[in-house]
Design a binder for this molecule. Structure first.
Ligand code: GRF
Length: 221
């Protein structure tokens, strides 16, 4: 039995990823305790989700601070006061300053709705759809000082269909986000993540079968 790790979650919006973490935690599938959730948006539905599950929820208005660093320092102070060991960015729409990254080195996870390093930044799903990709998906990675550039922990790949819209593609990506984020947290909680340079290895974990995917499926070849 592992000791539970303390996690803090940063959100800005709906919080469906946050919900998947709550659900897996309540099912006993995560060796993690959600100590606090912080939102920079007072109307984030994620705050309601926190209240429903008796999780401390704090709104901090980034407009109240002179600069990004001061806002980040406030978040650091709160997270440290809750003894947070791992920070989860679950749809948090602010870029973190180096101050924050240094306060939690390789202890911040972000989810991105694309196969990184493709389509970094905002509106990734729409941009992938408009580009005409045949596959898309999502990535959980450690946050570093860049935007969606840190070491990759886990990725999920889904096909894009001819009859997809940006919206249907986004919905199917989101379903996978809800699976890989709890998994990444659990790997961390189990002490299985080994970071070597920008590569993250999962200690003693099974290997995926060699099974190339083709979209559209191959006909004769
Ligand atoms: C997700 O698509 C996530 O990948 C991106 O922001 C969205 C947040 O959705 N970073 P939700 O708030 O978890 O529902």
């Amino acid at each position: 039995m592992n000791n539970n790790i303390n996690i803090g979650v940063l959100v800005s919006g709906s919080g469906s990823n946050f919900q998947s973490i709550i659900d897996q935690s309540e099912k006993g599938n995560l060796d993690a305790v959600i100590k606090v959730v912080i939102s920079n948006n007072p109307d984030a539905y994620a705050l309601e989700r926190a209240k429903k599950h008796n999780i401390s929820a704090i709104f901090i208005d980034h407009n109240d601070f002179n600069d990004r660093q001061q806002f980040d320092q406030k978040m650091i102070d709160i997270l440290k006061s809750y003894e947070v060991e791992l920070v989860i960015m679950a749809g948090f729409m602010r870029v973190l300053t180096p101050l924050f990254i240094k306060a939690f080195p390789m202890k911040i996870m972000n989810i991105h709705p694309a196969i990184l390093p493709s389509f970094q930044g905002i509106h990734a799903q729409e941009r992938a759809f408009d580009y005409g990709v045949k596959f898309s998906g999502c990535t959980v990675h450690f946050a570093d000082e860049g935007v969606d550039t840190g070491p990759i922990i886990i990725q999920s790949v889904i096909p894009a269909y001819d009859d997809d819209t940006a919206d249907t593609l986004q919905q199917r990506i989101l379903k996978e986000e809800h699976r890989i984020f709890p998994q990444a947290i659990q790997f961390y909680a189990e002490g299985k993540l080994e970071i070597v340079g920008r590569k993250v290895r999962i200690k003693n974990h099974k290997k995926i079968d060699e099974a190339p995917l083709h979209n559209p499926p191959l006909d004769k070849f």
